[in-house]
Design a protein around this ligand. Structure first.
Ligand SMILES: N[C@@H](CCC(=O)N[C@@H](CS)C(=O)NCC(=O)O)C(=O)O
Length: 236
């Protein structure tokens, strides 16, 4: 077991302070907590991802977070999935997140990435923009977004009601699974749970009221998702 805390680079939205909200860094936060590894969070803004991270990774890869520095082992790893695999291999005595079946977890991740991720992000897209920083930073965020998706931010985010409906359609099967088992792949928490919880946490962190009333809860849909999300909050 590592004695020196792992340095974990997480993304900070200026208007939110030190509150974890971002999809990929939350995957690493959940993984570290499930594995009960000792770590320290180093908060960076979107701007600092581009100024601080290249000097840490020194790989020439596009800078992104999460990044971890495992000080004890002198290792630097970028990318949430690579980090999970590294921690799994390096600390086999800690609780596993793949449970010997990485493929099962990554195939569930694919379904979530395709069906849920963009819809959830778009529900709070304009609020993320507002929380992004000063005017110049907001303008850059808008421009980058428009360049990436080839449409205005407003067109991309679309009608929140359509996005919520699409989210609930995808969640239907997951609610059913969670009514039968405590976690998505059975009795133990794993990578598939980490991915779903990290996607949901974007809305939770940015618009808690909407998250609880329109995503998590629904009288007609039962309580399985909410109860699972509460179980996952131990690791958030
Ligand atoms: N595949 C990577 C994706 C990482 C990623 O896109 N991170 C976002 C934050 S969630 C980022 O660092 N964005 C920086 C930017 O867009 O400038 C992973 O899973 O870690």
């Amino acid at each position: 077991m590592s004695t020196k805390p792992i340095q974990f680079y997480d993304l900070r939205l200026p208007a939110l302070g030190e509150k974890s909200w971002s999809l990929n860094t939350n995957k690493t936060r959940y993984t570290l907590n499930i594995k009960r590894l000792s770590y320290e969070t180093k908060w960076v803004t979107f701007q600092e991802v581009h100024t601080i991270i290249p000097d840490i990774t020194k790989t020439g890869e596009t800078p992104t977070v999460p990044v971890i520095i495992d000080v004890e082992k002198n290792k630097i790893i970028q990318d949430s999935f690579e980090i999970a695999k590294y921690l799994e291999a390096t600390y086999p005595e800690t609780p596993s997140v793949f449970h010997g079946n990485e493929q099962l977890h990554t195939s569930i991740q694919k379904t979530l990435d395709i069906g849920l991720n963009l819809n959830l992000t778009c529900i709070v897209g304009l609020k993320i923009f507002e929380a992004y920083g000063d005017e110049a930073s907001q303008a850059k965020f808008k421009k980058d977004c428009e360049f990436k998706f080839g449409m205005s931010l407003e067109q991309l985010t679309g009608n929140p009601e359509d996005r919520i409906k699409a989210v609930q359609d995808v969640l239907k099967d997951f609610r059913k699974t969670l009514a039968e088992t405590p976690y998505l792949t059975g009795s133990e928490v794993g990578w598939a749970d980490i991915v779903l919880a990290s996607q949901l946490r974007i809305v939770d962190a940015i618009d808690y009221e909407l998250f609880v009333s329109r995503i998590l809860d629904d009288a007609n849909r039962g309580k399985s998702l909410r109860e699972w999300y509460e179980r996952m909050s131990v690791y958030a």
